[in-house]
Write a protein that binds this ligand. Structure first.
Ligand SMILES: [Cu+2]
Length: 550
């Protein structure tokens, strides 16, 4: 396991300490002149980050020119965004997306490019058929796919801008409770091509998260407890094998709360999508917002940081039979993905070569260290998706079926069997987990919804406060309800029909008891936006069952 970063600022250094050290030939890598500019992707708030942002801004303006978007040429904004997902209605944050390869998908592409177009349109169409709507979410391939996506997107920006030294800047949210929580200025400037009208509401005050009514386009903030990434960096396991470790993110479902990839996809990744909101808050429409690429550059930056701590090739693949949560190395090696390069050519890639970002010819201006200085306990045994999400061995203490939640919030009371006891003792059944089972999204609410326990009436719901349990992550959920059936991974550009969330309630109930905020007995569950819990609002969530288990 390599402990050192071994990467300084130039291509020449990289060849000495990076690519050469891992035995790769320089041939085929994006070689720069010796002594050329930095190859380190910068924090957007630094001077070099601002310089890169300026190049990006000009490139996006060119890429959005209707002349190259009708029909979309490979280096157009539309084409690049549709690689992530082809939306049914590009401007509707509740839009569904087309599944790559489906009859509807092919029909839509026929509409866009024509049935038998002449060259060069035929080549664009062929590329679109291969690479549009291919983003994997809730998937073991989430990180490598998005790393390639940013890699080729960066090449497209280089080609469009004519700036061969362009490096994608990253949005460094999550690094501190006060820093980088607002959209970088240029993204809020109506005159800039980086501006997107369809964005959501942020928090008004980053240090008192009781009001999420400030538009992100008018200096609204992401909530730090929602984007804090420290819990991802303390696990040495890429895949969810560390079920014995404590839960870092109560608001996770199934395997997402374990292993590096699941944790980082949940928080900060999904929460940033929900936090920016609007087009960004929905898988099929997200990549049309120019902030998407700085967001995913930060996700890649964090993965690179994790790799610097634990090694570039240390993935705990399944031995024997792989699962949806933990594939075998052979399954990983068999994956292929399609993108277009800077010259607009269709490229086919695998995931073997994407693990070591240094071999791809880039790095970052700084890396995040392990916040605890040591990894959490090594894996016990591999878990399956089913075992993790059904929480084997738990007994349901109290349940409420068919709960409807409006955008204004809802409160319900769960009464465990020992509710009449003044205070539950250690020998009695202690609620350990709150489940929101078979949760479906009717319509995306104006602001995200969060779960609170025992929130008193007339007390504002505060994210990160003593009653706060976690967010209802909605990014990967498809809106519009639909028939109830088991959730599945959001492959190929659209969200899942339903999901089940499990939250660790043991710790918060203990803390509430110590502070005298709860003394045992019934537990109230409030699912609401931050702030004063008000009227019902429009239908937002439909939950098959809300349950407390021990
Ligand atoms: Cu994303």
């Amino acid at each position: 396991m390599k402990k050192t970063v071994g990467l300084s600022g130039t291509r020449r250094d990289l060849l000495k300490s990076g690519a050469a050290a891992i035995g790769l030939a320089a041939v085929g890598l994006p070689v720069r002149e010796a002594g050329a500019a930095s190859i380190l992707r910068p924090d957007v708030e630094t001077a070099s980050g601002q310089a890169m942002l300026h190049i990006y801004e000009n490139a996006v303006r060119i890429m959005k020119d209707p002349k190259i978007n009708t029909p979309p040429q490979p280096h157009s904004w539309t084409f690049q965004a549709y690689i992530h997902a082809l939306p049914v209605d590009p401007k509707d944050p509740n839009s569904d997306g087309y599944t790559n390869g489906s009859p509807e998908f092919k029909q839509k592409i026929d509409q866009i490019y024509g049935v038998n177009p002449p060259e060069p349109v035929a080549s664009w169409k062929k590329a679109a058929l291969a690479c549009w709507s291919t983003c994997p979410h809730g998937s073991p391939y989430f990180l490598p796919w998005h790393r390639w996506y940013m890699y080729y997107f960066e090449q497209v920006i280089r080609r469009v801008s004519g700036q061969k030294d362009f490096l994608l800047p990253y949005w460094a949210y999550g690094s501190s409770p006060t820093k980088s929580l607002q959209l970088p200025k240029a993204f809020q400037d109506k005159a800039s091509p980086l501006y997107e009208t369809i964005r959501g509401k942020g928090f008004t005050n980053p240090l008192n998260l009781t009001s999420q009514t400030q538009p992100m386009n008018e200096n609204g903030y992401l909530g730090y407890p929602l984007v804090d990434y420290t819990g991802t960096l303390v696990t040495s396991q890429y895949y969810p094998a560390d079920t014995g470790a404590k839960l870092y993110f109560p608001p996770s479902s199934g395997w997402y709360q374990y292993g590096y990839t699941g944790r980082t996809e949940t928080q900060p990744h999904d929460n940033v999508h929900d936090g920016v909101g609007g087009l960004m808050g929905n898988v099929p429409t997200a990549a049309q917002d120019p902030i998407f690429y700085l967001h995913h550059c930060q996700i890649d930056h964090l993965w690179a940081s994790w790799q610097n701590i634990y090694g570039y090739d240390t993935i705990n693949f399944a031995t024997g039979t792989g699962t949806d949560a933990q594939p075998t190395q052979a399954q990983w090696n068999a994956q292929v993905a399609y993108f277009v390069d800077g010259a607009g050519r269709l490229v086919k890639v695998g995931y073997q070569k994407v693990l070591d970002y240094r071999a791809l010819g880039y790095g970052y201006d700084s890396y995040v260290p392990n916040p605890e200085g040591k990894p959490v306990a090594e894996a016990a045994a591999k878990v399956t998706l089913a075992a993790a999400s059904t929480a084997a061995g738990q007994t349901t203490l109290s349940a409420k079926p068919d709960v409807e939640v409006g955008s204004g919030g809802a409160t319900l009371t769960l009464t465990p069997p020992n509710a009449d006891a003044k205070a539950l003792t250690a020998t009695q059944a202690q609620p350990k987990t709150l489940h929101l089972k078979n949760l479906r999204l009717r319509k995306r609410p104006p602001a995200p919804l969060y779960v609170f326990l025992n929130l008193p009436a007339n007390t504002p719901a505060e994210v990160g406060g003593p009653y706060y349990l976690g967010p209802v992550s909605q990014f990967k959920l498809k809106s519009g309800g639909g028939a109830s059936h088991a959730g599945h991974s959001g492959h190929g550009g659209h969200g899942v029909e339903s999901a089940s969330f499990a939250y660790d309630v043991e710790t918060i109930l203990q803390q509430q008891r110590q502070k005298g905020l709860w003394s045992g007995g019934p537990v109230t569950v409030t699912i609401a936006p931050a702030g004063q819990v008000g009227g019902a609002g429009d239908p937002a969530l439909s939950i098959g069952s809300v349950e407390l288990s021990n």
